[in-house]
Design a protein. Structure first.
Length: 199
């Protein structure tokens, strides 16, 4: 049995549901909101490449490497972006959270914090993970700050680790959180969401 099985997670008007080809049009619209594929430090698909992006994610799911979700606005059904568990290692009960991107119109809102709270909670509390990890481009400073706000610890930098979409070679910044650190991180995330709701 796979460590990550199909599940729907929801909170604060956000729903995470298993990514499927039915999400292609909505995902294309989300990518077009801000022309996100033009950013060299992310892997957002161009709108016409959304179907291939989903097919790749589904193939990785079959191989047990990645489980992708569509991020959906609960009240409208609008697709806001996507996020995934990846580099899934059942033997040590470890997953990473990544392949995350959102339409520009919902960036800097409660959506990302809510998604991370849902995914971290599911990983630690339901899947029994010992470690959750993150990785990001060394030049993606916004992503690094966002990961650090979650309470993750910086493990180090893998130099010359991967190709960017423009064929330059990136260094990858690695982060992780252990199960024993989760309760404090969860309390902080609930606090941050409460502050957002108060504004």
């Amino acid at each position: 049995m796979a460590l990550v099985e199909p599940v729907i997670l929801r909170d604060r008007g956000v729903r995470l549901e298993p990514l499927a080809l039915a999400h292609a049009a909505g995902l294309a619209a989300a990518a077009a909101d801000g022309e996100l594929w033009k950013l060299r430090i992310t892997s957002v698909p161009e709108p016409e490449g959304t179907r291939a992006y989903i097919e790749s994610a589904l193939a990785m799911r079959e191989q047990g490497q990645r489980f992708a979700f569509a991020v959906v606005e609960e009240t409208t059904g609008k697709v806001l972006g996507s996020t995934s568990y990846h580099d899934i290692v059942p033997a040590v009960r470890r997953v990473e959270i990544g392949y995350t991107w959102y339409a520009r119109s919902v960036q800097r809102t409660h959506v990302n914090t809510t998604c991370k709270l849902l995914m971290m909670g599911h990983a630690f509390d339901t899947l029994g993970c010992h470690v959750v990890g993150w990785r990001t481009d060394n030049y993606n400073f916004a992503s690094q700050r966002a990961i650090e706000r979650l309470g993750a610890r910086k493990d180090g930098v893998l130099r010359g680790h991967a190709l960017r979409r423009d064929d330059t070679i990136r260094d990858t910044v690695m982060y992780s959180m252990r199960a024993g650190e989760w309760p404090e991180a969860r309390a902080q995330l609930h606090y941050l969401l409460g502050c957002h709701e108060g504004t």
